[in-house]
Design a protein around this ligand. Structure first.
Ligand SMILES: *[C@@H]1O[C@H](CO)[C@@H](O)[C@H](O)[C@H]1NC(C)=O
Ligand SMILES: *[C@@H]1O[C@H](CO)[C@@H](O)[C@H](O)[C@H]1NC(C)=O
Length: 383
């Protein structure tokens, strides 16, 4: 009897899986039915505080956003939005977006006038200048992306703390995205004169086979942080206001290799480009990070910093993370730093930075000469 029920149940599932239906989500109670379809449309609605919008999608699903989704406020861990599935296309309509795949256009209400569609995390209701380091509990990350395929045209505003965590099960391109936490630059009544937004990382990635491109990120922490992984490309993005583009912080056992950071614009960040490894980490490595065609202006502290003393800055470095193959090649990377900033700082542990690093296409202007200690393998560059 039990096995008969199981068979009927499985048959039902596979029938649903092959149905070419359109699911519509206008409240959380619609989700369970909607995700049985391979087209899922999301209308404008509010997710109650303390609850999440979680989409476990069938293979080949296309998601269309047709309105704004706002998350109510509650002091819990989140995430607020999770999407998982293989070969999923998430095409989120925005004003002015031309859908790249014609099949969407027939069954999609393209907004005629106006407002782009977005996920609103209600950040100002949480921000206290402390981020994940204290104060009220803030949902983080706000957005958890566990799909392969394409994720495109999504706007996120006001994330309570970290914005995206990406752990794709297969190749994924995330493109044409906006993260706008610019309101967090201002102090509020809780933040003691400091910017109210804190730890609002753009993308935290521990993954492989990922491209993030042509996106705008305005925040108060790392624009990109690669904690481990391989074959990650970050290209054509604009990072404003935060802590620049980071590999790290690297912990015990983490490996990072084959990373391309190209043609990004970095505006008014603490530093443009950084590799940070924990001083107490062991058995870890960073191999093969290539930078080309990046431009930065208004770097407040450093142009480029490679530092093995995290969480200190230019403190006593550890040597348990091997770093090799860090190159500036191809198109010139032009980095301009503030007058009080260091142009380049490198702080390697004993014997842990190795090989020859070709920095012939790096140009850094303004500021002052920074310390380069523990490594003398940089070629083609002097500050
Ligand atoms: C690298 O990532 C891209 C994009 O995700 C993927 O298409 C490609 O197959 C990957 N290459 C390797 C060598 O894994
Ligand atoms: C970095 O440059 C060095 C020196 O030219 C070269 O030996 C190495 O293969 C390069 N690494 C990568 C990942 O391109």
């Amino acid at each position: 009897m039990n096995s008969l029920i199981a068979v009927a149940y499985l048959t039902g599932l596979s029938y649903a899986a092959t149905m070419d239906c359109v699911g519509t989500i206008s409240s959380l109670s619609d989700v369970a039915e909607a995700v049985k379809c391979t087209t899922v449309n999301i209308n404008s609605f509010t997710v109650p505080g303390g609850q999440a919008l979680t989409l476990n999608l069938l293979q080949g699903t296309t998601v269309n956003m047709q309105g704004d989704v706002t998350f109510g406020v509650a002091n819990w861990d989140g995430p607020l939005f999770t999407v998982s599935g293989n070969d999923v296309t998430c095409a989120f309509s925005q004003a002015g977006t031309v859908f790249s795949e014609a099949k969407f256009i027939n069954n999609l209400l393209v907004p005629v006038n106006g407002n782009g569609h977005k996920f609103d995390g209600n950040g100002p209701s949480y921000w206290d200048g402390l981020g994940g380091n204290g104060g009220v509990v803030k949902p983080a990350p706000m957005m958890k992306i566990k799909i392969s395929g394409l994720y495109e045209g999504v706007t996120v505003v006001n994330s309570p703390a970290r914005t995206y965590s990406v752990s794709n099960p297969g190749p994924l391109t995330m493109t044409g995205l906006t993260i706008d936490n610019s309101l967090g630059d201002q102090p509020n009544s809780q933040s003691d004169g400091k910017p109210a937004g804190h730890n609002t990382d753009g993308f935290d990635c521990s993954t492989e086979d990922l491209v993030i491109s042509n996106s705008n990120i305005h925040n108060q922490d790392d624009c990109l942080a690669i904690n481990k992984g391989s074959n990650i490309t970050f290209t054509g993005n604009t990072c404003t206001g935060g802590h620049g583009i980071s590999v790290g912080s690297i912990s015990t056992g983490a490996t990072v290799d084959n990373i391309q950071i190209t043609n990004n614009k970095i505006i008014n960040n603490d530093q443009a480009l950084r590799i940070k490894t924990k001083s107490d980490a062991t058995g870890a490595s960073v191999t093969g990070v290539t930078y080309s065609g990046n431009t930065a202006t208004g770097c407040r502290e450093f142009g480029v910093i490679i530092d093995q003393s995290y969480p200190s800055t230019l403190g006593t470095p550890g040597n348990g993370v091997k770093i090799s193959g860090i190159n500036f090649t191809g198109a010139t990377s032009n980095i301009a730093v503030a007058s009080s900033a260091d142009r380049v700082a490198v702080n390697c542990g004993s014997g842990s930075c190795t090989g020859s690093w070709d920095w012939s296409s790096l140009k850094v202007s303004g500021g002052k000469v920074g310390p380069i200690t523990g490594f003398n393998g940089i070629t083609g560059f002097s500050q």
